[in-house]
Design a binder for this molecule. Sequence first.
Ligand SMILES: [Zn+2]
Length: 146
Amino acid sequence: MAWDAEKSRKQKEYKERDPEKWKTYNREYQRRYREENREKIRERERCWYHATKGEKQSYFQRVRRQVLEIWGSQCARCGFSDPRALQIDHINGGGKKEMTKFPSPLAYYKYIIAQQGVGYQLLCANCNQIKKVENKEWASRWKDEE
Ligand SMILES: [Zn+2]
């Protein structure tokens, strides 16, 4: 599956050109998504409940959940949907470095929400690892073995 870097770039362009229109579009899109996927969303709610064993969610968990919901709480590659193993991936790489610019993971999440997830995607731990290998983000570490 091809990475949606092109689509993400276009979205970003569109967003910068007309932020108001972008917001309206995004809101409308999410409303439609919720309407069309009511069953799926309910199912996911149940999954989430079991994943957290019904514990009361902390503020941090609630914000994290909001972030995951931007992408429908599932892996962009394989559709895996257990929130415990879902990770936010910076599409063009360098996510780790970027994260250090924020004082806390919470601040990072809030930033991503404000960006509506543009430039990021959700991957499960497996797919994230596979992407790293494919993109040779591990190249420097494994250079000697290549
Ligand atoms: Zn996956």
